[in-house]
Write a protein that binds this ligand. Sequence first.
Ligand code: 173
Length: 321
Amino acid sequence: MHHRILASAVALLALAYVAPALAQEVTLRAVSSFAEGTQFSKNFERFIEKVNKDGKGVVQINYIGGPRAVPPFEVGNAVRTKVVDMANVTGAFYTNLMPEADGFKLIGKPMSEQRKNGTWAYINELHNKKLNSHYLARQFHNVPFHIYLNKKIDKLDFSGLKIRVTPVYRDIVQALGGTPINTAPGEVFTALERGVVDGYGWPVSGIFDLGWDKVTKFRMDPGFYSVEVNVLVNQDVWKGLNDKQRKVLSDAALWLEGLDSENVAGNKAEVDRQTKAGIQAISFGPAESKKFIDQANNVAWESVIKRAPDTAPKLRQLSGN
Ligand code: 173
């Protein structure tokens, strides 16, 4: 009897000691706007693993998954409205809520620099205001986009070509006379297979993930712009975390941004793999390449400044180009 009382007292004491610590562990629900395990989800998934290891008893992430959970173009709104707590998503997928997000692709400085020169702070402010979210991290600044084609062209002219786009490529495709067709990544394979499109925009990496190499003949060089895939946290959720929880996430975010150093070798490996898969490079020499890059930058800035005249000029100034 005495033993039992003692045992209960010990158990109660133990509970009183442990309960506050337990109560402090928070679990965040996260989604990715890209398919699970593919190029632009992979590092986010590594980030989740790290948080779940470093954040034991403090903060954990429950990964719901990719576009089957939330359609890509709705992910930004899902973070804004707290349908999810955290997301891995490109600004190109939420330009409806934040038109200037289309300008992030024009900012290609390393994140270490963007965090020092005020770029991160300004883009965070935009996310606070327009997406009710905290801008935790940006990935892939050193990965360019390309236009992939199934019809050979012999000059910088997309006349008569239908090209799958997102806001990233829309303006340059139009400027070169092509017809842009907006689709989520999940629809690209079928569109190519059925000949609904003659080509598509996509980064230099990732075309093997969903089998697009089997329905792709050419890659147009050079690459242009700078991929941006952001980790966002709903702002109410962010504010509700304590310092320790925010530190686990912020430290892991810097680690995640550091993974960009792997992309230099990764980009090259993808080009080699494309060549081996029989995808031919199309290019028009240095002068035309420069003309293309300049035109791509000009039409994009013009477009984003027109859509977001109050904020895009500041982004342009911060971009240095
Ligand atoms: O092509 C796309 O779907 C797109 O806009 C994008 C953006 C960042 C990474 C990968 C694709």
